[in-house]
Write a protein that binds this ligand. Sequence first.
Ligand code: MN
Length: 252
Amino acid sequence: MYILVTNDDGVQSPGLLALCQQLATLGDVVVVAPERNWSAGSHSRTLYAPLRATPTTLADGRPALACDGTPADCVALAVMGLLDRRPDVVVSGINLGPNLGHDVLYSGTVAAAMEGLIVGIPSIAVSLVGGYKPDADFTAAAGWATRVAAAAVEHKLPAAVLLNINVPEGGSETVQSAHVTRLGQRIYRNELVVRHDPRGRPYYWVGGAAPDGHLEDGTDLGTVAAGHVSITPLHFDLTSQAWVDRLQTIAW
Ligand code: MN
């Protein structure tokens, strides 16, 4: 199996390293990841500037390519010819923090997997709640990503669907069951922080408390809050079919 690994936290993220180390048990792993943090960068693409992919090494000596583009650029570039063969699966992560509910619209981690979907390759995004903590343990999340990647190839996951995995905090022993879920509803608590620069001009920084959400059964948010791994199948179609039907009753 040939596995393309990327992320949105940057190529030197500990989450990416842990992911590569476990995925290597399945086959050949190639890393093309952004050289900087693109969290909340969504599905941005670079079309008006050149892109470079610079050879580097991860903390364990493993080779990687550090790209100066976005997460979606990394996948597009890899598949358009940077790699000499087409990956069997794209795995994006392990993100340092969850991607639940509305987060998927902002997430660079999910966007990289969505780019895999666009080019017709089974794709997986994986995120660890609390992954930004210095002592975060990625073992369980990497294990689930590896299991799901193997299953995606074995069961021929349709190329039009990506799997968004969220793993709750806790070591391998505590996170033992996974549920297939739908997206839930996030509640954001953003606050605008206004400060002044040394010249007296205001600048604005988005802060506020961590988001929470409606913890409904069957949703990604509810499942992770209950201590289970959440696997949400996502596709790109944001169409509201209910409103297609209602709007068609209007004589436009
Ligand atoms: Mn991130």
